[in-house]
Design a binder for this molecule. Sequence first.
Ligand code: TRP
Ligand code: ZN
Length: 884
Amino acid sequence: MRTDTPPTIYRKDYTPPSYWVRTVEMGFDLEPSATRVATRMTLERNQTSNDKVLTLYGEELQLVQIRLNGKVLGTKAYQLKDGVLRIPTTAEQITLDIETLLQPDRNTSLMGLYVSNGNFFTQCEAEGFRKITYFPDRPDVMATYKVMLRGDKKKYPVLLSNGNLIEQGDLGDGRHYALWEDPFKKPSYLFALVAGQLVCQEETIKLKSGREALLQVWVEEGNLDKTQHAMDSLINSIRWDEERFGLELDLDRFMIVAVGDFNMGAMENKGLNIFNTKFVLANPRIATDVDYGNIEAVVGHEYFHNWTGNRVTCRDWFQLSLKEGLTVFRDQEFSADMIGTDSGRAVKRIDDVRVLRQAQFPEDAGPMAHPVRPDSFVEISNFYTVTIYEKGAEVVRMYQTLLGRDGFRKGMDLYFERHDGQAVECDDFRAAMSDANGRDLTQFERWYSQAGTPRVVATTVYDAVHKTYAITLKQSCPATPGQKNKLPFHIPVAVGLLDSNGNDMQLHLRGFPQVQSTVVLELMEEQQTFVFEDVSEEPVPSLLRDFSAPVNLEYDYSDADLAFLMAHDSDAFNRWEAGQRLAARRLLALTATAQQSGAVLTTDPALSESLRLTLNDAALDPAFREIALNLPSETVIAEQMDVINPQAIHQARRFLRQSLAQALRADFIEAYKANQTPGDYSPDAASAGKRALKNLALSYISELDDAAAHVMAQTQCDGADNMTDRVAALGALANSTAPGKEAALAQFYQDFEAEPLVVDKWFSLQAMARTTDVAAVRKLMQHPAFSLKNPNRARSLIFSFCNGNPSQFHASDGSGYAFWAEQVIALDAINPQVAARLARSLDRWRKYAPSLQSKMQAALKRVAQTAKLSKDTKEVVGKSLAAE
Ligand code: TRP
Ligand code: ZN
């Protein structure tokens, strides 16, 4: 922590290291308050470097001793300043011994080595290894590691690190040891150790090549009944990567460990993935269908990193999306393939696009907007963003859209052939895709270098005489911080044309021989016109099918066109999209009305009739019907307004939901009855889809807040045999005036008090309830189960309120903002990474009405002026406040 302005790091300043580290041997004497770490590394001079200094990084370390080639280095032989250790040397080969002393039990940042519930864990990405020892802690320095762990036998019966267990035994003094060796060279951010009282579920499987591998899922005792789904997901991930990409597990042993205190979702440490408990533990009693899906996705994600991230890693942190965007794309495809059906794939795609629009589009339009490959940062932890991850995945998906599945696979094969064992750049990935397919992808590079969500405006002309249909696409991209003018992107726009019966026309694109029902138009200029021939009647265009590019596509559809697409488009994504466009139109109109005092909101029978058709269409999967009946969120509507009025949006959306509930009440009741899932709970996609539709029906019916609705929710809450149904019913009650509401909340807590992940749900659901204001959140913070120190708990209450309850958070008196500032400051002293995430909640402050804006600005300034603020939080609030 520093008080001066933290430095900005630039991509253009990259220089190769002056030394490579070849081998690392580490010895840990594990003690919560004083862990001794002895590190020996062998280094070799990088012949291409002119730098006459060996540079190592260290933070919050007590340095005991440095020895260079066996000789103790006096304090004059090196320079230590601001976490950088410089040793002047030009020797070809060096052996460096460094001894450090750590205090893991006082490490609340959860970076480096820390204690959680009495056990030891590490988190080294991105720059946590430097909190363990002084080291050239940068991803282009790769070495093989041998790790000796020593600790009390009773307190730490389990001692784990990366790779293979070589040896273990007794030390005689009540302590024992374990020696681990990782045969693959890796960057320091993939180092990990775990020590403590843990138990595991294990299974041996045969890999495609015939080799055997031991798989383990490690948890605290008492959680062994919650590991089966993670194990199944791991096995499915291994099989999927063998099948889809021909990639096999390269270790004899692969471990997953769950920890309750964790900054993010999970971490892909080589052979020893460490997970937030939220993404491991599941059984029907404690986990929802969504939790089951998330666990499968995150287990897949971390496993897939073994190739995309670990075997081929990043040259520097500006290349982060090289591994994250690619690995998110891979986990998205994995989850889609696990569902299997076409409509299931579409639902998964819609879910992913919803996340993108809800979180990434606002980021790309706000003060923290950055390219998929950023040019600068202050704190790299702040760049684990939805842009790097989700937009990065969209960029990877576009290669597949442009090159086809087979072409994409060829590109992947070439990427591994060229770069296995290397630390590379995003450009290397693009080159592999380009070279493997003989395709010029020069212009595609702009997806990596230019921030902002492109806008594509489509116009069409039908020529009835010549039977041609012309689509003109015009692209632009709004200015983002440091990037005023943008050059045209290479945008794949998948298009279909519907005839008057709602069928796909066969498309004859001028200049292209192939006839298809979906064509990918490649928009490369600022404006381009594409002409279709032999078009027998004026079609309704289905544009950007399957969301073929991360852009905002505008077209002047009539309401009738949208209703038609909703009913007929063969592209399930665009069927959903048409409904969303129609609903967003209504919501924006209602919001405008709600802002005029005395204005009366009125219903729209056309929208409810379209939604009724979808709701009752038995040919559609329940999961699809559920997602189609879900109105655009308050955040998505806010992004479409010039000046955001959270109260008006909330009022409009609630009104629309209530009027839909009234109009479709009988249909919802019917859907509720028709989508029961009797028998034992199973998280499979078909059952989950039914539960989702049933619970959507319940939530609409509950909007009516009458006695019948209360009984329905109460009955479900009391009778539920799984968490999906229980929490859905409790949520409905929490948003109602049902007489049994308080009792239901109390009962839920009593039933699940011993399950931290369920207590998180309990906090979160109350944080987002309509009537929960700042005072109510403060009261919840007084609950004995609340703690700011546990990130999951802080997220469940504070983040849920600030990000998930916009109408209360944006209370006109500014009380929400004052609360936010207080919590950011309090969290910053405990855990800068988590604090900096919360600091992002006011990103879009300039888009609000002036009365709110000034109060947000004041709260931001209050945080910015706090003494001893971390560079994490300082960067976020600094960028928010910076002149546009
Ligand atoms: N690389 C991890 C992933 O995407 C996430 C990660 C990065 C992380 N930094 C972290 C996790 C810090 C915990 C803490 O899977
Ligand atoms: Zn990742």
